[in-house]
Design a protein around this ligand. Structure first.
Ligand code: IMP
Length: 204
């Protein structure tokens, strides 16, 4: 079966294709099929993932998978949340987002800097699918006071993972790929889809 993945990010497309290998689906990045981007008007990661998947289904007539992810910081009431990519403004870069977050947390002591990366990953059979498969992943950590490490992207250099004793940017990429919010959500998505297939509810 052919499935659209509602992202043009090549790293993500590779991760998703690898994880979905057991399903024997052909995962096609939406950038190969159309150019427009869905307006992410939802207030939660789940809503935005559904909006992106529904848009890709409507554009292509194919089933679609979409994800939405970001960082939530307890001391900031869950911010930057769904605004993670643009926390420092419309022209934000990974570096300016980190600077803004470090500034916002300047007065917050080390024992109150808990945070998590969160990922919603959804699968829709078609644009009007009333029973989307919804998979969630959460990766817990703490926000450091300065950057450490060169790998990864986004907030990885300031996201300390206590169980590993280093930041996400210091982890070998293969290790991050096992632990991350996205990996957790993808594993759950595959399990749920396999269950549906076994029950004869997904005939592909
Ligand atoms: P998106 O789901 O690709 O739109 O990601 C939104 C934003 O969340 C990214 O631009 C990053 O700032 C942040 N983010 C999501 N996943 C990660 C991650 O694995 N590491 C670091 N930052 C992340």
């Amino acid at each position: 079966m052919k499935v659209v993945f509602a992202s043009g990010n090549t790293g993500k497309v590779r991760e998703v294709s690898q994880m979905l290998a057991p399903l024997h689906w052909q995962v096609v990045p939406q950038s190969q099929l159309f150019d427009e981007a869905a307006a992410e008007t939802g207030l939660t990661f789940v809503e935005n993932a559904l909006i992106k998947a529904r848009f890709a289904c409507a554009k292509t007539g194919l089933p679609a998978i979409a994800d939405d992810s970001g960082l939530e910081v307890a001391a900031l009431g869950g911010a930057p949340g769904i605004h993670s990519a643009r926390f420092a403004g419309a022209d934000a870069t990974d570096s300016s987002n980190i600077d803004r977050l470090l500034a916002a947390l300047q007065a917050v002591p080390p024992d109150q800097r808990q945070a998590s990366f969160y990922c919603a990953m959804v699968f829709l059979r078609h644009a009007e699918d009333p029973t989307p498969v919804i998979a969630l992943g959460r990766w817990n950590g703490e926000i450091l006071q300065a950057r450490r490490g060169e790998h990864g992207f986004g907030y990885d250099p300031i996201f300390y993972v206590p169980s590993e004793g280093c930041t996400a940017a210091e982890l070998p990429p293969e290790r991050k790929y096992q632990l991350s919010h996205r990996a957790q959500a993808l594993r759950s998505l595959v399990t749920q889809i396999q269950d549906l297939q076994q029950q004869g509810l997904l005939r592909h």
